[in-house]
Design a protein around this ligand. Sequence first.
Ligand code: SF4
Ligand code: SF4
Length: 478
Amino acid sequence: MYRHFVIFLKIPENSTLQTVDFSKLLCYIKIVIIRIEVMQPMALSFFGGVHPKGYKELSCEVPILPFCPKTVSIAMSQHIGRPCTPLVKIGDRVSVGQKIGDGEGLCVPVHASVSGTVIAVELRPTPSGTDGMCVVIESDGRDTLCPDIHKRESIAELTGEELTAIIREAGITGMGGAGFPTNVKISSGLGKVDTVIVNGAECEPYITSDDRLMREAPEKIAGGIRIIQKILQPERTAVGIEKNKAKAIAAMQAALPGDVELLPLRVRYPQGAEKQLIQTVTGRCVPPGGLPAAVGCAVFNVATCAAIYDAVYEGMPLVRRAVTVTGRAIARPSNFSVPIGTLYSDLIEAAGGFSSEPYKILCGGPMMGIAQHTLACGTIKGNNALTCFSQADNHEVEVPHCIRCGKCLDVCPMHLMPLQLQRARQKGDLAALEKGNVMDCIECGSCAYNCPAGIHLVQSFRTAKKMLRDAKAKEAVK
Ligand code: SF4
Ligand code: SF4
């Protein structure tokens, strides 16, 4: 896999070995090597990445248990795009699967995940770290189904357009991370996509919800894949699963139809990131700022495929999802099937509560998760885990200071130069941030993981992206 490089260095005549800044030199050498790699992308692999300890053993053997909370707080903003407008008011009675919010444009509806009474429609904390409009429902414990929900025996008569409309009405969004409306992803891929990739990599440490779903409901996932194939008509369909999930691979292998390839993948983070998975499976590189459809691909998470099956065959909107509650501060790391909007405080209690004082709680895993300042948030559709770290996991450096070691350059799967982006962000140099393609940062956290100085690079790049977006928005209104 690795090539060898011979680099000749000419030291200027007026310099001695003592006056050469070797740390700077090392950085430049690494930049040269990365640029050579960019020019020669390797098929069936991706550049960079890291191999953090998995900690999956904490919860991977725990089956997904159904959880029924007393109250849910359902955010009207669940995905990339416009938030929904609430369709219910305080005092309304709702049933499971009833639409409680919808909107125009890049927006899909949200549905009641329990039956009961609406007790609030107000701003409440959400996992993004800000307050957002939420519909709060007190459950009556009966889980009465909405009368609009009907099963389908066959989909033979349905057109691709009708299936896509069902997926939209079911409120399905990508369940592996970014949360893009699935109907829009499908529609924008029509006629462009020759390869459908199903993402079962689950490369982020600690999280096991997809692993369990593949073991426990492989037929549902396979059924969802069949529906996607019927709409997009791809030449090739492949399911990628990291090799360390042997039981999930066996279960999926048994359930998948013969024309769907199952690819056991190298265990390396971020193997499950969309662009890296495409490169691994097809050898194609999504161009900077581009979408997978630009290289003929569409990627769907395994949980999204199962949700598509539920929507089309069971008539059930996306009202539940599997969530891993884990970390060394949790008494009984577990996997739960929870109604959307289940409060974090209830989830932690269901997993036995805290075993020790938590140091940090993340919505998601340790690499890409978002730190939470309250447990009053409700789970959202893209929320695959709640990870709670103990004080023993605290490796914060008091005053982080870059030592110019270049280790962040080695691992960036997007071929970015984190140390230069970090400097540009500190200076507020928007031109340098744009030139350095900070918008291509997938916030995977590999650079921060590899940084010996403990610099909060991901938070820094999130801020930098917001700075650029705000500057562009300002420019647009001038
Ligand atoms: S967080 Fe961004 S800059 Fe850092 S390794 Fe990932 S893609 Fe690269
Ligand atoms: S940001 Fe961290 S990894 Fe990158 S050069 Fe500085 S100290 Fe090294």
